[in-house]
Design a protein around this ligand. Structure first.
Ligand SMILES: [Zn+2]
Ligand SMILES: [Zn+2]
Length: 427
């Protein structure tokens, strides 16, 4: 399938003029064959350099033709950090277009260099492993700290089904976890709209929701490695990056489930280092979030209003105790606590609407079943985390990002009240 920019620009009433840098997306067998014509049609007919790692070059098996320069990075210990960027830049000439051919890491390195040099970039994903291929953000680790840096979205995307449908199963399972997490991120975005009037776009939400539902329906096919089902997953991941471009932030694609994943990467003293892929952690975060959200749907607005009235922002000492070496960054991030935008009056008035939105979520057990089918982890234990830490994780994960989620609201409420379903409680 080929998806053109015109099909993706939403007709909506959000009042924002949506800009999309990505012109065309090819997701099909032999997608790379379309490269020369499509690049020419987009004015990208100059010399291009392609950046791979050894594994992704092998996976592509010579499908990218006509490169002026091929840069093949050593996949061992390859990260989107100072070293990864230097390794690619050392070999780069004065080409005027960069092609990222590989995983999320190769994409982040390439898009970072493209932004730094003011060059257009083209995406060739080799596995349906993350949703970042088509976004405009580079997730970099500089000075040991993970940072999301504004970079450039791809002008064109070429995803060859023969390549990504044959990628290691673990990568596809991880991509499924990243995609299925949108149930929670979309609900969080909507809840923030209901309670605070935060910017929200029906067109962007619909684009993401439709792709999500197609992916969920394709779980058995993805588990069996069927090409058509894997294409649905790749489509959902690429469209998720497009949704981020259209919204101008990661809001449509990252909520409480991503905060749980990010918490495991911040080096909090009470969590062991987790050796898992991004989407594996997001998948587990999704199951935990859905379970917690389900319990909270039964709350009465009066109890929540009382809790919101009694609630105080966590003290710096408290955040230092929980976040250890990451505390300074967390304190700075939360200086203007997003919960201040939620008034007790809004909770009282709009709680029915919040509950109605949450009731659209699938059961945690249903998502767990899909994740299991594709071979992705579903529990903290499978990530090597003590399950007794669940309550603490749910309470503090929202603070990795100052973004209103239902999880943040629940954590704040449970901290100051004796509301029956405390967030860590397991039925
Ligand atoms: Zn809109
Ligand atoms: Zn993600």
């Amino acid at each position: 399938m080929m998806i053109a920019r015109e099909e993706l620009t939403p007709s909506c009433a959000c009042g924002r003029e949506h800009s999309l840098l990505t012109e065309k997306i090819f997701i099909e067998r032999g997608a790379a064959d379309a490269m020369p014509d499509a690049m020419g049609g987009s004015g990208l007919n100059a010399d291009f350099a392609v950046i791979y790692d050894e594994n992704t070059r092998d996976a592509l098996g010579g499908r990218i033709r006509g490169a002026h320069r091929e840069i093949v990075l050593d996949p061992k210990g390859l990260h989107a950090d100072e070293r990864g960027v230097a390794a690619a830049e050392d070999k780069l000439g004065d080409e005027s277009v960069l092609v990222a051919a590989g995983s999320g890491t190769v994409h982040d390195i390439t898009r970072y260099i493209a932004a730094k040099r003011g060059l257009p970039f083209v995406s060739v994903p080799t596995a349906a492993s993350v949703d970042a291929f088509s976004s405009g953000m580079a997730c970099m680790t500089f000075g040991g700290f993970k940072k999301t840096i504004p970079a450039v979205p791809p002008r064109l995307v070429f995803a060859d089904t023969e390549v990504f449908a044959r990628a290691p199963r673990r990568l596809t399972a991880s991509g499924f976890g990243d995609a299925i997490g949108k149930y929670v991120s979309l609900a969080d975005w909507d809840v923030a709209r209901i309670l605070t009037g935060e910017y929200w776009c029906s067109g962007v939400a619909e684009l993401e929701q439709t792709a999500l539902e197609e992916t969920a329906a394709s779980a058995p096919g993805i588990a069996a490695g069927e090409e058509g089902a894997c294409e649905k997953l790749m489509r959902a991941l690429v469209l998720s990056g497009i949704a981020m471009q259209l919204a101008g932030s990661s809001r449509p694609a990252s909520g409480a489930e991503h905060h749980i994943s990010h918490l495991t990467e911040t080096g909090v003293p009470w969590l062991p280092p987790v050796d898992a892929l991004h989407g594996e952690k997001v998948g587990v975060g999704t199951v935990l979030s859905l379970r917690a959200y389900f319990r909270w749907r039964v709350q009465q607005s009066d109890a929540l209003v009382r809790a919101m009235q009694a609630w105080r922002q966590p003290s710096e000492d408290m955040l230092r105790g929980e976040f250890g070496p990451a505390a300074d960054a967390v304190i700075a991030e939360n200086a203007q606590d997003c919960l201040r935008a939620v008034t007790p009056a809004a909770v009282k008035e709009r709680w029915t609407a919040v509950k109605a939105r949450l009731s659209l979520l699938p059961q945690a057990a249903a998502v767990e079943k899909m994740l299991k089918a594709v071979g992705a982890p579903t529990t903290l234990e499978e990530l090597g985390i003590d399950p007794d830490l669940e309550g603490r994780i749910l309470r503090w994960a929202p603070y990795v990002r100052n973004r209103l989620t239902f999880m943040r609201l629940m954590g704040a409420s449970s901290a100051v009240s004796d509301i029956h379903c405390c967030i860590g409680h397991i039925e």
